[in-house]
Design a protein around this ligand. Structure first.
Ligand code: AMP
Length: 213
Protein backbone atom coordinates (compact mmCIF):
# COMPACT_ATOMS: atom_id res chain seq x y z
CA UNK A 1 0.00 0.00 0.00
CA UNK A 2 1.16 3.52 -0.78
CA UNK A 3 -0.32 6.02 1.64
CA UNK A 4 0.26 9.76 1.60
CA UNK A 5 -0.26 11.87 4.69
CA UNK A 6 -0.35 15.53 3.91
CA UNK A 7 -1.54 18.73 5.54
CA UNK A 8 -0.08 21.85 7.10
CA UNK A 9 2.97 21.75 9.39
CA UNK A 10 1.63 20.77 12.81
CA UNK A 11 -1.28 18.72 11.46
CA UNK A 12 0.09 15.64 13.24
CA UNK A 13 1.52 13.72 10.29
CA UNK A 14 4.53 12.52 12.30
CA UNK A 15 2.38 11.46 15.25
CA UNK A 16 -0.02 9.52 13.02
CA UNK A 17 2.89 7.96 11.13
CA UNK A 18 4.22 6.62 14.44
CA UNK A 19 0.87 4.89 15.06
CA UNK A 20 0.85 3.40 11.57
CA UNK A 21 4.42 2.14 11.92
CA UNK A 22 3.63 0.52 15.25
CA UNK A 23 0.17 -0.89 14.56
CA UNK A 24 0.42 -1.74 10.87
CA UNK A 25 4.15 -2.35 10.49
CA UNK A 26 4.34 0.10 7.63
CA UNK A 27 7.58 1.59 6.33
CA UNK A 28 7.90 5.36 6.61
CA UNK A 29 9.40 7.96 4.33
CA UNK A 30 9.49 11.39 5.96
CA UNK A 31 11.38 13.81 3.76
CA UNK A 32 11.81 16.16 6.75
CA UNK A 33 13.40 13.39 8.85
CA UNK A 34 15.60 12.33 5.93
CA UNK A 35 16.82 15.89 5.39
CA UNK A 36 17.54 16.30 9.11
CA UNK A 37 19.50 13.02 9.18
CA UNK A 38 21.53 14.21 6.17
CA UNK A 39 22.24 17.54 7.86
CA UNK A 40 23.35 15.76 11.03
CA UNK A 41 25.66 13.50 9.01
CA UNK A 42 26.96 16.50 7.03
CA UNK A 43 26.28 14.90 3.66
CA UNK A 44 26.23 16.83 0.40
CA UNK A 45 22.44 16.48 0.30
CA UNK A 46 22.24 17.84 3.84
CA UNK A 47 24.33 20.84 2.83
CA UNK A 48 21.98 21.54 -0.08
CA UNK A 49 18.89 21.34 2.16
CA UNK A 50 20.06 23.16 5.28
CA UNK A 51 19.64 26.82 4.37
CA UNK A 52 16.13 26.22 2.97
CA UNK A 53 15.04 24.31 6.05
CA UNK A 54 16.48 26.82 8.51
CA UNK A 55 14.50 29.57 6.78
CA UNK A 56 11.29 27.51 6.65
CA UNK A 57 11.37 27.38 2.84
CA UNK A 58 10.86 24.25 0.77
CA UNK A 59 13.94 22.40 -0.45
CA UNK A 60 14.09 22.46 -4.29
CA UNK A 61 11.99 19.76 -5.99
CA UNK A 62 14.91 18.14 -7.83
CA UNK A 63 16.81 17.50 -4.59
CA UNK A 64 13.70 16.18 -2.82
CA UNK A 65 12.47 13.88 -5.59
CA UNK A 66 15.92 12.33 -6.10
CA UNK A 67 16.15 11.53 -2.40
CA UNK A 68 12.68 9.93 -2.33
CA UNK A 69 13.44 7.87 -5.41
CA UNK A 70 16.49 6.19 -3.87
CA UNK A 71 14.68 5.68 -0.57
CA UNK A 72 11.66 4.05 -2.22
CA UNK A 73 13.86 1.77 -4.27
CA UNK A 74 15.43 0.50 -1.07
CA UNK A 75 11.97 -0.37 0.31
CA UNK A 76 10.75 -2.39 -2.65
CA UNK A 77 7.56 -4.31 -1.89
CA UNK A 78 6.82 -2.67 1.47
CA UNK A 79 3.68 -0.76 2.41
CA UNK A 80 4.90 2.80 2.73
CA UNK A 81 3.63 5.96 4.43
CA UNK A 82 4.80 9.17 2.78
CA UNK A 83 4.90 11.89 5.40
CA UNK A 84 5.48 15.41 4.11
CA UNK A 85 6.03 14.35 0.51
CA UNK A 86 4.92 15.42 -2.05
CA UNK A 87 4.68 19.04 -1.00
CA UNK A 88 4.32 20.74 -4.39
CA UNK A 89 2.41 19.92 -7.57
CA UNK A 90 5.66 19.33 -9.56
CA UNK A 91 6.77 16.86 -6.83
CA UNK A 92 3.39 15.12 -7.09
CA UNK A 93 3.76 14.83 -10.87
CA UNK A 94 7.31 13.49 -10.60
CA UNK A 95 6.13 11.06 -7.91
CA UNK A 96 3.35 9.75 -10.16
CA UNK A 97 5.91 9.10 -12.88
CA UNK A 98 8.19 7.32 -10.43
CA UNK A 99 5.38 5.13 -9.10
CA UNK A 100 4.27 4.21 -12.62
CA UNK A 101 7.85 3.25 -13.44
CA UNK A 102 7.88 0.97 -10.38
CA UNK A 103 4.37 -0.45 -11.15
CA UNK A 104 2.99 1.14 -7.98
CA UNK A 105 0.09 3.48 -7.33
CA UNK A 106 -1.20 5.72 -4.56
CA UNK A 107 -3.94 3.98 -2.58
CA UNK A 108 -4.95 6.91 -0.37
CA UNK A 109 -3.86 10.54 -0.09
CA UNK A 110 -5.09 11.50 3.36
CA UNK A 111 -5.35 15.20 3.99
CA UNK A 112 -5.17 15.96 7.72
CA UNK A 113 -7.19 19.09 8.33
CA UNK A 114 -6.42 21.37 11.29
CA UNK A 115 -7.62 25.00 11.60
CA UNK A 116 -4.74 27.41 10.99
CA UNK A 117 -5.18 29.14 14.38
CA UNK A 118 -4.24 25.88 16.14
CA UNK A 119 -1.06 25.25 14.19
CA UNK A 120 1.27 27.81 15.79
CA UNK A 121 0.40 26.53 19.26
CA UNK A 122 0.93 22.93 18.17
CA UNK A 123 4.28 23.67 16.53
CA UNK A 124 5.74 25.91 19.20
CA UNK A 125 5.01 23.35 21.95
CA UNK A 126 6.27 20.40 19.95
CA UNK A 127 9.17 18.28 21.23
CA UNK A 128 10.66 15.19 19.65
CA UNK A 129 13.52 12.73 19.57
CA UNK A 130 16.48 13.86 17.45
CA UNK A 131 15.46 11.45 14.66
CA UNK A 132 11.88 12.83 14.66
CA UNK A 133 10.39 9.38 15.20
CA UNK A 134 8.69 10.12 18.53
CA UNK A 135 6.75 13.35 18.75
CA UNK A 136 5.21 15.02 21.85
CA UNK A 137 3.63 18.30 22.84
CA UNK A 138 4.35 20.01 26.15
CA UNK A 139 0.62 20.48 26.84
CA UNK A 140 -1.44 18.30 24.50
CA UNK A 141 0.63 15.13 24.47
CA UNK A 142 3.32 15.37 27.16
CA UNK A 143 5.79 12.56 27.84
CA UNK A 144 5.47 10.81 31.22
CA UNK A 145 8.69 12.45 32.38
CA UNK A 146 9.24 16.03 31.25
CA UNK A 147 11.75 16.29 28.39
CA UNK A 148 12.32 12.51 28.10
CA UNK A 149 11.00 10.16 25.40
CA UNK A 150 8.64 7.48 26.82
CA UNK A 151 9.86 4.94 24.28
CA UNK A 152 13.62 5.43 23.95
CA UNK A 153 14.47 7.33 27.17
CA UNK A 154 16.45 9.92 25.22
CA UNK A 155 16.25 13.66 25.81
CA UNK A 156 13.66 15.44 23.66
CA UNK A 157 14.62 18.38 21.47
CA UNK A 158 12.80 21.36 20.02
CA UNK A 159 13.32 21.75 16.29
CA UNK A 160 15.03 24.99 15.26
CA UNK A 161 12.35 25.62 12.63
CA UNK A 162 9.62 25.33 15.30
CA UNK A 163 10.50 28.85 16.43
CA UNK A 164 7.72 31.42 15.91
CA UNK A 165 9.55 33.45 13.19
CA UNK A 166 10.22 30.38 11.07
CA UNK A 167 6.76 28.88 11.66
CA UNK A 168 5.02 31.76 9.87
CA UNK A 169 7.21 31.23 6.79
CA UNK A 170 6.51 27.49 6.83
CA UNK A 171 2.78 28.14 6.98
CA UNK A 172 3.08 30.55 4.05
CA UNK A 173 5.04 27.98 2.02
CA UNK A 174 2.34 25.45 2.84
CA UNK A 175 -0.51 27.69 1.64
CA UNK A 176 1.29 28.63 -1.54
CA UNK A 177 2.81 25.31 -2.59
CA UNK A 178 1.22 22.40 -0.73
CA UNK A 179 -2.47 23.32 -0.31
CA UNK A 180 -3.00 23.00 -4.12
CA UNK A 181 -2.27 19.26 -3.75
CA UNK A 182 -5.82 18.82 -2.44
CA UNK A 183 -7.22 19.61 -5.88
CA UNK A 184 -4.52 17.51 -7.52
CA UNK A 185 -5.39 14.36 -5.56
CA UNK A 186 -9.12 15.06 -5.70
CA UNK A 187 -8.89 14.99 -9.48
CA UNK A 188 -7.01 11.65 -9.27
CA UNK A 189 -9.81 10.18 -7.10
CA UNK A 190 -7.56 9.28 -4.13
CA UNK A 191 -8.16 12.22 -1.77
CA UNK A 192 -9.60 11.51 1.69
CA UNK A 193 -9.89 14.40 4.14
CA UNK A 194 -9.97 13.82 7.86
CA UNK A 195 -10.41 16.05 10.88
CA UNK A 196 -6.98 16.31 12.51
CA UNK A 197 -8.24 17.84 15.78
CA UNK A 198 -8.81 15.95 19.03
CA UNK A 199 -6.75 13.30 20.77
CA UNK A 200 -4.06 11.62 18.62
CA UNK A 201 -5.81 8.25 19.13
CA UNK A 202 -9.10 9.69 17.87
CA UNK A 203 -7.40 11.01 14.74
CA UNK A 204 -5.79 7.62 14.24
CA UNK A 205 -9.27 6.02 14.43
CA UNK A 206 -10.30 8.20 11.47
CA UNK A 207 -7.32 6.93 9.49
CA UNK A 208 -8.08 3.33 10.45
CA UNK A 209 -11.65 3.81 9.20
CA UNK A 210 -10.25 4.72 5.77
CA UNK A 211 -7.69 1.94 5.62
CA UNK A 212 -10.06 -0.80 6.84
CA UNK A 213 -8.80 -4.04 8.34
P1 AMP B 1 8.86 18.50 8.11
O1 AMP B 1 9.70 17.72 9.03
O2 AMP B 1 7.99 17.64 7.24
O3 AMP B 1 8.06 19.58 8.81
O4 AMP B 1 9.85 19.27 7.11
C1 AMP B 1 10.80 20.19 7.60
C2 AMP B 1 11.39 21.00 6.46
O5 AMP B 1 12.05 20.11 5.54
C3 AMP B 1 10.41 21.78 5.61
O6 AMP B 1 10.10 23.03 6.19
C4 AMP B 1 11.21 21.92 4.31
O7 AMP B 1 12.23 22.89 4.43
C5 AMP B 1 11.90 20.57 4.21
N1 AMP B 1 11.05 19.58 3.48
C6 AMP B 1 10.50 18.45 4.00
N2 AMP B 1 9.80 17.79 3.06
C7 AMP B 1 9.91 18.52 1.91
C8 AMP B 1 9.41 18.37 0.60
N3 AMP B 1 8.63 17.33 0.25
N4 AMP B 1 9.73 19.32 -0.30
C9 AMP B 1 10.51 20.36 0.02
N5 AMP B 1 11.00 20.58 1.24
C10 AMP B 1 10.71 19.67 2.20
Amino acid sequence: MILLLFGPPGAGKGTQSAFLIEKRSMAHISTGNLFRANIKNETELGLKAKSFMDAGDLVPDSVTVGMVESELESLKGASVIFDGFPRTVPQAEAFDELLTKMSLKIDHAIFVEVPSEMLVERLSGRRMTADGKHVYHVTFNPPKQEGICDVTGEELIQRKDDSEEVISNRLEAYEKSTAPLKDYYESKGVLKSIDGTGEPEEVFGRIEAILGS
